[in-house]
Design a protein around this ligand. Structure first.
Ligand code: R5P
Length: 276
């Protein structure tokens, strides 16, 4: 059985009721719930805390119906919090996986802490991590012809190495002052030439845009010809999409998080996996 959340309606026909109680509590109902193997399609972003809780409720409904469920969620929130940086911090990535562990398996795309494709077990949850890198590189080549592919940091190396790509090195500093928990990027460095080349900078996500902006500045300083930016997941917080468009020749992402830069559909990726 396919259980499709309202927030997946751009890809599949939804069949779940989702409402909010007057006090703000979350309401979900799966009208056709059955005792059979199920696939639950539900995005965990935006409004990740609500979306995660909706997933927990739906997984419980399915569990009580004795359905074994594969959860398909293209982006896993909190996946950058798989390590603590300062004493006393929560290991949020593990907690989220634990919360979702009523699922038999989570199928997700370019999960930040896994850093490669394959099957893993994390926080008591089996995770199948698939990558959108090939789709993004293919799209870049259609759009821009021959491009050299590089990643802005070592964490995204797995996205580019199959295509012969190189990686830059990123260093983050301490948390900045104020309400926002954000560690500024201190530097992005490169030990290879980009002069006269068309470059695609590929990352798993563009969040505040800080990484991509610094990476674009770096390759432009190195006299790259044209520069394109791509990522699997695009949040484009604040005015980062506008800023990036101003300094490079093209920015695109998948529709794992739908936005005006979503030029690559994840549908074939998910279908391929489910057919395999
Ligand atoms: C972290 O290392 C990730 O791979 C991305 O490079 C990073 O999260 C992007 O975030 P931002 O756009 O805020 O620099």
């Amino acid at each position: 059985m396919r259980v499709v959340s309202q927030n997946f309606s751009d890809i599949l026909e939804p069949n779940v009721e989702m409402k909010t109680f007057p006090d703000g509590d979350t309401y979900v109902r799966i009208p056709d719930v059955k005792k059979e193997d199920s696939i639950l399609f539900h995005r965990l972003y935006p409004e990740q805390n609500t979306a995660i809780f909706q997933a927990v409720l739906m997984l419980d409904i399915l569990k009580r119906a004795e359905a074994s469920t594969t959860l398909v969620s293209p982006y896993l929130p909190y996946s950058r919090q798989d390590k603590t940086f300062k004493e006393g911090e929560a290991l949020s990535a593990e907690i989220v996986c634990r919360l979702l562990s009523d699922a038999k398996k989570l199928v997700t795309i370019d999960c930040h802490f896994l850093k490669k494709e394959g099957t893993f077990n994390y926080g008591g949850l089996e995770i199948e991590n698939i990558s959108a890198n090939k789709l993004l590189i293919e799209h870049a080549r259609k759009k821009a012809g021959d491009v050299e592919i590089i990643s802005p940091d070592a964490g995204a190396k797995y996205l580019v190495e199959e295509a012969g790509g190189k990686s830059m090195e990123k260093k983050r500093g301490e948390y900045q002052e104020g309400e926002e928990a954000y560690r500024k990027i201190e530097s992005i460095e490169r030990d290879f030439e980009v002069k006269g080349k068309n470059i695609l900078i590929l990352d798993d996500m563009i969040s505040t845009g800080g990484t991509m902006i610094k990476a674009v500045e770096n390759v432009k300083k190195g006299d790259a010809e044209k520069v394109y930016c791509a990522a699997t997941h695009g949040f484009f917080l604040k005015d980062s999409l506008k800023k990036l468009k101003e300094i490079c020749d093209g920015v695109f992402v998948t529709d794992s998080i739908p936005s005006e830069a979503s030029e690559v559909s994840i549908k074939p990726l998910i279908e391929n996996y489910l057919d395999s």
